[in-house]
Write a protein that binds this ligand. Structure first.
Ligand SMILES: [Zn+2]
Length: 243
C-alpha cells in the first residue's frame, strides 16, 4: 500500500506515497487506484480511499480536482474536497492532504516546526505554471519557515519523450528540465525541473522517486494510457493544538 512512508524527525508529521497494492479495484486498475472518478467504479474508488485513510490513521483526505495549473487552496476541515486546484496547504492538525498522480510529480511539503504542510501536483504544465513556488508561498503565508519537500515517483527523464519544440519551450522556462531519452530523443526531466524550483524557493529536497513507467507496482499513464490508475502523495500533522 505504501511505497514509502516516513515520520519527520523534527515533529509529528507523517508523509507517505502509495503504490498500486492493497485496494479493491479490478484489472486494469488493480488495485489501489485513487483516481478522482471513473465511470462505474466510484464505489471502488471510495472504498480504496477509505482503506487508505484507515491505514494512514486519518478520518479522510482533502483531495483536489487537479487542473495542471498553479492554484493553491488552504484547507482547515478534514476530508474537504476544495475543488479545482493543484495544491493544498494547511496548518490544522488532523487535516490530511492528498495529491493524485500517474506520471506527474507529486510533491509533499512539511515544516514540522510550525505544523504547516502541503501537497502539489507538478506535471509538465503545473511545473511551468509555477505550482511549486505558489505552494511554498502559501505555506509561508501560514507561518512556515524551514520547508522540507519530498519528491515522489514520476516518469523519468529517460522515458518522458516529448516533441523537440515542447522540450525547447519548457526548458526555456525551467532549464533543469532539459533532457534526452535513453534512446536519444528529446525529453523532459520533470523531477530535475521541480528540484530546481524547490532549490530556488529555499526548500530542502528529499528524493523519494522511482520511474513510474519502469515500475510495475506504480501507475503510469505513459505506459498504460487510459488503463492507468492513480497513486497518491499524502501528508498529515498529528496531534492537537499548536501555537
Ligand atoms: Zn523511466
Amino acid at each position: 500500500m505504501f511505497a514509502s512512508r516516513e515520520r519527520s524527525e523534527f515533529g509529528p508529521v507523517d508523509i507517505a506515497f502509495t503504490d498500486r497494492h492493497g485496494g479493491i479495484s479490478s484489472a486494469p486498475f488493480d488495485s489501489l487506484d485513487v483516481s478522482r472518478s471513473r465511470p462505474g467504479r466510484d464505489a471502488e474508488l471510495a472504498s480504496n480511499l477509505a482503506r487508505l485513510a484507515n491505514a494512514f490513521a486519518v478520518p479522510g483526505f482533502a483531495t483536489m480536482h487537479q487542473m495542471h495549473g498553479a492554484e493553491v487552496r488552504v484547507v482547515d476541515v478534514p476530508g474537504l474536497a476544495p475543488g479545482r486546484c493543484d495544491a493544498l496547504v494547511t496548518k490544522t492538525a488532523g487535516v490530511a492532504l492528498c495529491v493524485r498522480v500517474g506520471d506527474c510529480v507529486p510533491v509533499v511539503f512539511a515544516d514540522a516546526a510550525t505544523g504547516v504542510v502541503g501537497v502539489a501536483h507538478a506535471g509538465r504544465a503545473g511545473m511551468v505554471a509555477g505550482v511549486v513556488g505558489a505552494t511554498v508561498d502559501a505555506m509561508r503565508s501560514l507561518g512556515a519557515t524551514l520547508i522540507e519537500a519530498y519528491i515522489g515517483s514520476h516518469v523519468c527523464g529517460g522515458c518522458y519523450e516529448v516533441p523537440p519544440a515542447m522540450r525547447d519551450e519548457v526548458a526555456g522556462l525551467v532549464p533543469a528540465a532539459f533532457a534526452c531519452t535513453r534512446w536519444g530523443t528529446p525529453s523532459l526531466d520533470l523531477g530535475a525541473g521541480v528540484r530546481s524550483q524547490l532549490d530556488a524557493a529555499g526548500c530542502t529536497s528529499n528524493d523519494r522517486a522511482r520511474c513510474t513507467r519502469e515500475s510495475d507496482d506504480l501507475y503510469s499513464h505513459r505506459r498504460d494510457g487510459d488503463r492507468s490508475g492513480r497513486f497518491a502523495g499524502l501528508v498529515v500533522v498529528r496531534g492537537g493544538e499548536r501555537d
